[in-house]
Ligand binder design. Structure first.
Ligand SMILES: [Fe+2]
Length: 341
């Protein structure tokens, strides 16, 4: 048994943290390893991910599980809550993370059957990275649209480390600035996606005053997004203080129900995205939002949402990344909605 045990310092939050993690031997029949984090245990077989915890168990189709796990890993547990489905997921405390079963599910809560444990983020991330690496077969890319990748089914067959170890784009100031994350080109391995051949690839010309060459820049955001090789992956492309523009290209389904811990602006740049919006705590339906190119919406801080895009679509997600916001909202000092009419 390979142990990932960490003898960490006391939790910064003062919370009691689960410290135990382990990678179990490969199973004889399927070839997949099993994993432990705290009291949770994870197994996969040909079709399913199976999760157990004291007093309960859960099953997810493994394609859906891997797509959600991939986002949680690449996003570093993201803002707020990443619901893999209506039962299982993680909530980010920024340095620590809660992994839960049924915590945001009305039926589990009402029956007193929800279960959760809190981890140091690095401990849980170590297990999640090992799991996505072991459970992803050669030829399958959990970040890709279903029509642009293979299938995840069957016993273990190789691996796809280059796909699951992609780094999320996080510009320090803006894409294309000297020393910052580069624009995408054919030469750098980012061809135009099959659905975006109609997107102009011209680039703006910039004439900076002498001495300001490192300060003035521009790039064609549509061309940049047309070359994204992944879906549902908001990437930080420009930063002003704590204001982040996180554009992304979307196709098929956002494979998580994202539980916001702050307001979140969406601007659909091309095509159409349909959002299912539910109550963050209970999962009860609240709204269906159909957004076409040019539509702007602000998702409230007390909801969870998933999205659907038939044709590959471009979306601008605008986040205020201030770490103070969740606490301000919890105290009632910041609003749940950004605009009131
Ligand atoms: Fe969200």
């Amino acid at each position: 048994m390979a142990m990932l045990e960490s003898e960490g310092a006391p939790a910064a939050s003062g919370a009691t943290l689960a410290r135990h993690t382990a990678v179990l031997p490969a199973e004889n029949v399927t070839g997949y390893r099993a994993f432990q984090a705290g009291s949770f245990e994870f197994h996969r077989d040909e079709y399913f991910a199976r999760i157990t915890w004291p007093g309960g168990s859960h099953v997810m189709p493994v394609d859906y599980f891997l797509r959600a796990l991939m986002r949680d890993v690449a996003w570093g547990f993201f803002y707020g809550t990443v619901n893999f489905d209506g039962v299982f997921g993680t909530t980010n405390h920024y340095g620590e993370v809660t992994m839960y079963a049924g915590l945001y599910n009305d039926s589990f809560k009402a029956a007193g059957r929800d279960f959760s444990e809190r981890f140091d983020s690095n401990d849980l991330m170590g297990v999640f990275k090992a799991m996505i690496g072991d459970w992803t077969n050669a030829g399958y890319d959990p970040f890709a649209a279903p029509m642009e990748t293979g299938t995840p089914w069957g016993p273990k067959q190789g691996a796809n480390h280059s796909a699951v170890e992609r780094l999320r784009v996080t510009a320090k100031r803006m894409v294309g600035l000297p020393g910052d994350t580069p624009v995408r080109t054919d030469e750098s391995g980012f061809p135009v996606n099959r659905m975006f051949h109609d997107v102009p690839q011209d680039a703006p010309k910039v004439f900076a005053e002498p001495g300001f060459e490192d300060e003035v820049s521009a790039f064609n955001l549509f061309a940049y997004l047309s070359r994204s090789d992944v879906t549902w992956n908001p990437s930080v492309c420009s930063v002003v203080g704590e204001s982040l523009f996180c554009p992304t290209s979307e196709e098929f389904i956002l494979p998580v129900d994202h539980g916001n811990d702050r307001c979140e602006w969406f601007i659909v740049l091309t095509d159409e995205i349909v959002w299912d919006v539910k109550d963050k705590e209970t999962g009860k339906n609240r709204a269906r939002v159909i957004m076409k190119a040019g539509d702007v919406a602000c998702m409230p801080a007390d909801i969870r949402h998933t999205g659907y895009a038939d044709k590959r679509s471009m979306l601008l997600v605008w986040e205020n990344a201030s770490p103070k916001i969740p606490e301000l909202i919890a105290k009632g000092e910041a609003p749940l909605v950004s605009v009131q009419f």
